[in-house]
Design a protein around this ligand. Sequence first.
Ligand code: FNR
Length: 374
Amino acid sequence: MSTDILFAPLQFGALVLPHRIVMPALTRMRAGPGGVPRAISAEYYAQRASAGLIITEATAISIQGHGYPQIPGIHTAEQIAGWRAVTDAVHACGERIVLQIVHHGRWSHSSYNPDGSLPVAPSAIAPPGNAYTPSFTQVPYEVPRALETKELPEIVGSFRQSAKNAREAGFDGVEIHGANGFLLDQFLQDGSNHRTDTYGGTIENRARLLLEVVDGISAVIGADRTAVRLSPHGNLGGLSDSDTVPHFSYVIGELGKRNLAYLHLIEPRASSIGLADDASVDSANNAALFRHLFTGPLITAGGYTTRMGIDAIAAGLADAVAFGRMFIANPDLPERIRAGAPLNPFDRSTAYGGDAHGYTDYPTLPLQHEVTTV
Ligand code: FNR
């Protein structure tokens, strides 16, 4: 199988990628106290510096934006300094790295808020299942507090500030997390957004917060360093939408007008991947449905094998492919793909939380030494 198509360079706005094998955002829950990335995270990301682009784990834009234990933030000076060590380590390898920024919305718990206040959401509707508290115990999700209209500029402001902080920390850009059931996705999808103000009801209204965030961030760091991740048809966090294709067609069409660095679409078959190995395969193909609406660079993600990635690019459905679990388990993934080498299996038991085990100790291929004959 020729993998040449994966190794063609391409331009993502202000970023030049040497090839099309991308490391997507992967939450690992190993940040230190105060959501500060530890030194070991610099080692982890630098190990994966042969990726065409590294997108960091989801990183909270504000205290209110946290929702999982030991995830990093980008809203304090200590967090910025911690991330600076990561970007320096990655840039020293000649690599590009963008920060994925998130507000978890209703997928959180009051124990993350110093004043014990409820998580916030578009509407007072609890997600199904259990939240993880900061101490990794599981408790049922609470009914969140619906954000008031007058609070939304503050959310946009926190996103803007986090993008500025990301640049100060040395990141080449940011990826706005509009996917996988978090706050911006909760606003987009009408199963979780029952608002009656200008941020609810029609798809134009439900997309307003995301587009304000995109425009706000573009204004401070440039559209060519701003990217968005979406998961149409995704049902993580109990999300649903009454008419996904027309609704997300509008959203993606609007993003297509904004000269962004890239759009990152997750395939619906990945909806359960973050939580279980038996992904339920949905028949919808987001890359095929929405590619024509976005003229800029597009990354596709979700259950891809090397063969599927090659086929997606060859069919014009995407410009680059993100491999999540394969990158966790194979720090030298591009080299393995090029060589057709076997892949280390992903160990789910060490994915979230813990120490170096399952984080920085996945083996790389033995170095290939040139053999000289006499
Ligand atoms: C994820 N995924 C994810 N997505 C995201 O946008 N932000 C995140 O922080 C995370 N965190 C995360 C952690 C772990 C352990 C897994 C397995 C997944 C989803 C990820 O980026 C990707 O879309 C899926 O893993 C599907 O791709 P693969 O693994 O099938 O290549």
